[in-house]
Design a binder for this molecule. Structure first.
Ligand code: SF4
Ligand code: SF4
Length: 78
């Protein structure tokens, strides 16, 4: 399941550099699968405003496939 930022966000910008996919966006969020054990953005957010997004439910296998797709995309751009 992807994560989303709620309107409690204070725009501190500490989460974005931590994201291995460069952006907190459900299209690219893998819950950090493939990179880290825990969602890094959630770990650093000072106001705890990055819940799972129930509108974008994904299984661990789907997240892994998404990660692999993003890796291929990155490799193609390199
Ligand atoms: S969980 Fe990981 S991949 Fe998803 S937005 Fe947060 S830091 Fe990025
Ligand atoms: S870390 Fe949390 S409060 Fe800061 S920009 Fe990211 S979502 Fe917003």
């Amino acid at each position: 399941m992807a994560l989303k930022i709620t309107d409690q966000c204070i725009n501190c910008d500490v989460c974005e550099p931590e994201c291995p996919n460069d952006v907190i966006d459900w299209r690219r969020c893998t819950e950090c699968v493939g990179h880290f054990d825990k969602p890094q953005c959630v770990e650093v957010c000072p106001v705890d405003c990055i819940p799972l997004d129930p509108d974008h439910a994904e299984t661990r296998e789907q997240l892994q496939a998404k990660y692999e797709g993003l890796q291929r995309e990155a490799a193609a751009k390199a």
